[in-house]
Design a protein around this ligand. Structure first.
Ligand code: DGJ
Length: 708
């Protein structure tokens, strides 16, 4: 038996760092110009083999080229012509840093490499962290102006500070997987050949965005769900961001990413530091499915605040009542929701200020007197009496011009007063980077929790930033970073002050879902589109990175408000049961039969909840227009399979669904049919998905491992 090698080592003589995870190794070496160069990231090698592997560092091929090895964070100097992860300007007008390595620390799984600029008072620390049992490498950068506080006040301007740059090994070809979309169509997985070019994935919206997500995966074009090497990265940031993937004509592929979009700059004064968010990377030799499962495990173990707490079956009133909320109507819905088995009742938009539509009231977080003459407490108490938690919709970062808050503090918005402010949904964005706004938000939310016994906030944000500016502030672009940091801080403080409180992330559906927001929220509202057919694709993209327990999915009315499509209740349930199930329809309009069927399906969900919310997700593929997901208990004891076939086609019966995650040597009891299947058959041949005839067919199959 040999001892497990340490997770992180650094050899100062060779300038060589090795980071080990169970299924990967990540190595780098200090270049002759002091800049850390990437060596390899891929399948594990032991020390002897690593030592025997030639470095990719080679001289430039011509006076028009750089070295073969890419930088861990490219400064803007030397023969480097790709996107620079660090771009700085000094008071003299000089651009770019030239590093001298000045030290390192290794503590547990964390490595820090300290680099000082050879000409200016600038220091950067490249930081790496690996955790036992995880294949994720977390990276971030810290940049410090090391000039003495009593020295010349020359500031340093930071035009770009990425969290990390990543490099894939030489491959025969490169394919990029990433997520695009829009409102009502988030998380659409794109899988395209990577062009020999710079491909920019970005959000300039002040939010992570519906349109792109800071996650990507690279492979050589042949990986499948179950096979093939995949390199994948995800940025933990909830504001604007940019990732530039560079496949150069020489065949190298690197990508560099971090907070902020192009054109912004931040100022560092003597003694000040700037720390980036974490940019996490993951290598797996076992295909896209294994990459997703490793991400899910990482999110569960190291990101979500309370991963082991069941996500409640919630009822949300938005699709039922819109802005038309009042105490009696909400109580009627709450009574029905409780009878169906809901565990949390969320009062959505419309309860505050003068809010009867989206034109007024945002910012005035006191109950609307005509709707809640006795305040919210009687509703909260009734919800609690019915055995449910009480949740409340808020949109703390936003304000309508027609509000008491805007009239009192017109200067609190981010929109530059010298420009016409674009209104979207009749609202403006508050500048959380202002300490007084952050404090106001914290106090307001804290008061709402205390006065109304709130157990859950749905924290919404329904517009992007425009004309963002901060007149008179010496460093106005800081708001792009500081707004997001303040949002994170307000959430963190609320949770610390109220340990039972849970928060659902929302930004007009899935406009702000990332590893940064999930570190202080329990789940995300995936999309305002609750059409089950559209949701199958949205869930598929969401699950590439995020686990099912963070994916809020409601069953709503038919026809669907977004698409007008009519679908059976069972199909709607089976789609929503693949995530954190919620109910969002007008329950007062559901028939007695529908209510009975819904109650049965809610109970069935509770039975499979531990598997869906904490099991391992396998996306099962099959022919016959069937999509399936399989959730496996980590110990193989229980399994659940959800299958959907939105449209049927004559002569194309559904193929059996193969379940490669099962043990071929074991036997599994179909808990509903009371039939025992051989594991080998389920792995190699598959299981009949038992879909009824017709469109919108779905099924739920539960398997239990039994003694042979
Ligand atoms: C957008 C959210 O995604 C919806 O669920 C709802 O809360 C509305 N905002 C309310 O304005």
């Amino acid at each position: 038996m040999h001892a497990t090698p340490p997770l992180v080592t650094f050899d100062p003589d060779l300038g060589h760092a090795v980071l080990r995870t169970p299924n990967s190794v990540y190595t780098l070496r200090l270049g002759s110009d002091g800049s850390p160069r990437h060596l390899r990231w891929g399948a594990p090698l032991d020390d002897a083999d690593l030592g025997a592997t030639p470095d990719a560092v080679s001289r430039a091929a011509s006076s028009f080229e750089t070295e073969a090895a890419a930088d861990e964070l490219a400064p803007q100097t030397g023969a480097r012509f790709g996107p620079a992860g660090l771009q700085v300007r000094f008071a003299s007008g000089t651009r770019g840093a030239q590093w001298r390595f000045t030290g390192h620390t290794v503590e547990g799984g964390e490595l820090r490499l300290r680099l000082d600029d050879r000409h200016h008072p600038l220091r950067t620390e490249l930081c790496y962290r690996v955790r036992p049992g995880s294949d994720v490498v977390e990276r971030w950068t810290e940049l410090t102006h090391t000039g003495p506080a009593d020295g010349p006040p020359d500031p340093i301007t930071v035009d770009r500070l990425d969290s990390a740059s990543w490099t894939a090994p030489p491959l025969a070809d490169y394919r990029l997987s990433h997520l695009t979309g829009g409102w009502n169509s988030e998380f659409q997985l794109q899988r395209d050949r990577l062009p020999v070019a710079e491909t920019v994935l970005t959000s300039r919206r002040g939010l992570t965005s519906h349109h792109a997500n800071p996650w990507l995966a690279l492979d050589d074009g042949t990986a499948t769900e179950e096979r093939g090497e995949v390199w994948s990265t995800a940025l933990a940031w909830s504001g604007s961001w940019r990732v530039t993937v560079h496949r150069d004509p020489a065949g190298r592929t690197t990508w560099t990413g971090g907070f902020g979009h192009e054109g912004l700059s931040w100022t560092l004064r003597p003694g000040e530091s700037l720390r980036t968010p974490v940019y996490a990377g993951l290598y797996t030799p076992h295909g896209f499915g294994a990459a997703s499962r490793a991400w899910h495990e990482h999110v569960r173990r190291h990101v979500l605040p309370q991963p082991d707490r069941d996500r409640p079956v919630l009822y949300n009133s938005w699709e039922a009542t819109g802005f038309d909320v009042d105490e009696a109507g909400q109580i009627r819905l709450a009574q029905r929701a409780a009878r169906l088995g809901a565990e949390l009742f969320v009062l959505d938009d419309g309860w505050f200020g003068t809010r009867r539509d989206d034109r007024s009231g945002l910012g005035d977080w006191t109950p609307r007197p005509e709707a809640f003459p006795r305040g919210l407490r009687p509703l909260a108490d009734e919800v609690h009496r019915l055995g449910m938690d009480f949740g409340l919709w808020v949109e703390p970062e936003m304000v309508n011009r027609d509000s008491e808050l805007y009239r009192a503090h017109p200067d609190w918005v981010i929109h530059s007063p010298r420009l016409d402010a674009t209104e979207l949904r009749n609202q403006l964005v508050l500048n959380f980077a202002r300490p007084e706004v952050e404090a106001w938000a914290g106090e307001t939310l804290d008061r709402l929790v205390r006065e109304n016994a709130v157990d859950w906030f749905k924290w919404d944000a329904n517009r992007a930033f425009t004309e963002a500016g901060w007149d008179g502030h010496p460093d106005p672009d800081r708001l792009w970073i500081d707004h997001t940091r303040a949002v994170h801080r307000v959430m963190d403080r609320l949770r610390a002050a109220h340990p039972g409180l849970r928060i659902e992330a929302c930004a007009g559906g899935g406009g702000r879902v990332d590893l940064g927001i999930l570190a202080r929220t329990d789940q995300a509202w995936t999309s305002d589109n609750t059409d089950p057919v559209d949701r199958i694709g949205i869930h598929y993209g969401f699950g590439q990175l995020f686990p099912a327990q963070a994916m809020a999915a409601w069953v709503t009315d038919s026809p669907n408000t977004a698409t007008g499509r009519r679908t059976p209740l069972r199909f709607r349930f089976h789609v929503a049961m693949a995530g954190a199930l919620g109910l969002g329809g007008d329950l007062t309009a559901w028939s007695v039969e529908e209510l009975a069927e819904a109650a049965e399906l809610v109970a069935a969900y509770k039975g499979i909840r531990p598997l869906v919310q904490r099991g391992h997700l396998h996306r099962a593929t099959t022919g016959g227009a069937v999509t399936a997901v399989h959730y496996a208990a980590p110990d193989d004891s229980e399994h659940v399979l959800l299958t959907w076939r939105p449209t049927t086609r004559f002569g194309h019966p559904p193929d059996p669904v193969r379940l490669p995650a099962l043990d071929p040597g074991a036997r599994y009891l179909d808990r509903d049919l009371k039939q025992v299947h051989s594991g080998a058959v389920l792995v190699r041949h598959g299981i009949d998905p038992r879909l009824p005839a017709g469109d919108y067919a779905s099924s739920l199959i539960r398997l239990r491992r039994v003694e042979s």
